[in-house]
Design a protein around this ligand. Structure first.
Ligand code: MRU
Length: 362
């Protein structure tokens, strides 16, 4: 298999990210020298995808803290809390950065209270916890790939091979590696169970055409690109075994925020009787929100719609509405694929997810 794409380089205390605005034409890494850079690369979407946002945000804090000396734990704790909250403000819908920030603030509170821990120890333990996020994300994604591939084959697809559709980008570029929904597709492919994967362009930012298509070609998967408005025609004219998408925030009742356009694919899938799966690590599950209508949906600049690479493609003077995400109601979702297994949306409530998260994280 070819070398996997690396979106986040973290070596010897140096952080670099693959600039996803320039892909697929130019492959260039940019240095992230601290929290200010971290906020900017997330906000400008040079790095994007819910898990990657959280990991780059936290690593940008690690870059800063590693070179500072702290004589007292109070100032370290204050810096951690202030800077993490700032990073959360870079993009509002994906919950992973917020959950990571809460976990790390809890950890710093615990370390501050513990008299056996010095300021230097506290800093070291904190940096180790951030380091661990990268590795855990990859392990979780491999488990998601395994559970998801099984679920799709068990749900009417028999022994395969399957024909699947995905939306946006949920691969190596959106995570620490392997991917979530794209990880499931990767697993199907390596088990020789993938006949065809269709990916949507994902207007307006084109994560599908630019990034997913790039990953699929890179991995030599049998892939076909379609425009967002071709989904219904595709399902009518060709058999699709399942839709698999990622998530920016799954809430307690199973409603799921994901890239704009996900909801209409779910509606069309329901109409055609195609199973619709959401693949997401538990770091994307927000149990504090009861239903999807309470999720804040980010609205992005009009320019992402009116221009492509500085070239105007929409009539000057037209008004635009550019929500970056939509919410797919739980009743349209067949299963939520997590690292712990696949659950119906109404089963999420039965799981003590908060406890699992607490045991698993940090
Ligand atoms: O605006 P983006 O590109 O950050 O949106 C990405 C998505 O919607 C992904 O589907 C989601 O973050 C899951 S990535 C594993």
């Amino acid at each position: 298999m070819s070398m996997e794409l690396i979106a986040i380089k973290w070596e010897n205390g140096k952080l670099e990210i693959l600039d996803q605005i320039l892909l697929p034409v130019i492959s260039k890494y940019v240095a992230v020298k601290g929290v200010e850079d971290g906020w900017k690369v997330i906000n400008k979407m040079q790095v994007r995808g819910a898990p990657a946002i959280a990991i780059v945000g936290c690593l940008s804090l690690a870059v800063e803290i590693q070179n500072e000396e702290f004589t007292d734990k109070k100032s370290l704790r204050q810096e951690i809390e202030g800077k993490l909250n700032y990073l959360v403000s870079a993009r509002p819908t994906a919950v992973n950065m917020k959950i990571a920030a809460e976990d790390l603030i809890t950890l710093s509170n615990q370390l501050k209270k513990d008299d056996s821990v010095s300021a230097a120890d506290m800093k070291e333990k904190f940096l180790k916890a951030i380091d661990a996020m990268l590795e855990k994300d990859i392990t979780d994604n491999i488990a998601i790939g395994h559970h998801g591939a099984q679920a799709i084959l068990n749900n009417g697809a028999g022994d395969g091979p399957v024909r699947v559709l995905t939306h946006c980008n949920t691969g190596s570029l959106a995570t620490a590696g392997y991917g979530t929904a794209l990880g499931v597709i990767r697993t199907l492919h390596s088990n020789k169970k993938l006949e065809q994967v269709y990916c949507t362009e994902t207007r307006p930012y084109n994560q599908g055409a630019r990034l997913t298509a790039y990953e699929l070609v890179h991995e030599k998967m049998p892939a076909i690109l379609i425009c967002d408005d071709m989904v219904a025609a595709l399902m009518r004219s060709r058999t699709i075994s399942a839709v698999i998408v990622g998530a920016d925030r799954v809430v307690a009742n199973g409603d799921t925020a994901n890239k704009i356009g996900t909801y209409q694919i779910a509606v069309v899938a329901k109409h055609h009787g195609v199973p619709f799966y959401v693949a997401a690590p538990l770091t994307s599950v927000d149990f504090t929100i009861p239903s999807g209508d309470r999720i804040v949906i980010e609205e992005r600049p009009e320019r992402e719609m009116t221009h492509i690479n500085d070239q105007r493609v929409a009539a000057a003077g037209i008004q635009c509405w550019n929500p970056a995400f939509d919410v797919t109601p739980a009743h349209l979702i067949t299963g939520i694929i997590t690292e712990k297994g696949v659950y119906r949306p109404d089963e999420l409530n039965k799981l003590n997810i908060l406890q699992i998260q607490e045991d698993d994280r940090l």
